[in-house]
Design a protein around this ligand. Structure first.
Ligand code: AMP
Length: 193
């Protein structure tokens, strides 16, 4: 079973993905983390990705899809955080899911007002979060990633979650949003701590 987390940079999807993946024993695949790690290790892929990461642009679809393809398998449950990022990656994901004998259970979309996103990104200020890259990343999100909301809504798999408030509150909303996925998930859920 595969759950996709969709949201703008700063929407909190990474934080919530770590929590849900740990609680439900899912493999957390963050393409942003994998790319930053590859860059830090200086691998060939990391070197190819570096200029895109630094500019706040999307890394080419083939590179990112390759990272996901290498890791998907039939036996585990996966939480995809940051992939797909555009319509063509969504089509790639459909192929990868089919090849891996998996199913797409839900796409959780984190709704956060833009002003709040900017506040969070400025506060977080990772190495790829300079004012210019923040602006670029939000623009890329609006142009390329936001169309995925309607795409998955049309397919009936989109679950909207309000991404504002405290982390525990949001985690409870996420748990409710993915709470009816059947026995593929671990029941009963441990209490929210
Ligand atoms: P994130 O940590 O998900 O915000 O991603 C950080 C950066 O990694 C993005 O600004 C992109 O440059 C790159 N990245 C992450 N996921 C993808 C993806 N699915 N496709 C293309 N680039 C990506």
């Amino acid at each position: 079973m595969i759950i996709v987390f969709l949201g703008a940079p700063g929407s909190g999807k990474g934080t919530q993905a770590s929590r849900l993946a740990a609680r439900r024993h899912m493999v957390h695949l963050s393409t942003g983390d994998l790319l930053r790690e590859a860059r830090a290790r200086g691998t060939p892929l990391g070197r190819l990705a570096a200029e895109h990461l630094d500019a706040g642009r999307l890394v080419p679809d083939d590179l990112v899809a390759g990272l996901v393809a290498e890791r998907l398998n039939e036996g585990d449950d996966f939480l995809l955080d940051g992939f797909p990022r555009n319509i063509s990656q969504a089509a790639r994901l459909d192929d990868l899911i089919r090849e891996a004998g998996q199913t797409l259970a839900a796409v959780v979309f984190f709704e956060v007002p833009e002003g709040e996103l900017v506040r969070r990104l400025v506060k977080r200020a990772r190495s790829d979060d300079t004012p210019d890259t923040i602006r670029r990343r939000l623009h890329v999100y609006a142009e390329e990633t936001a169309p995925l909301i309607a795409h998955y809504e049309d397919r009936g798999v989109l679950r909207r979650v309000a991404g504002v408030g405290d982390i525990e509150e949001i985690a409870a909303r996420v748990a409710r949003a993915v709470g009816d996925e059947g026995e593929a998930l671990t029941w009963p859920l441990p209490a929210l701590d």
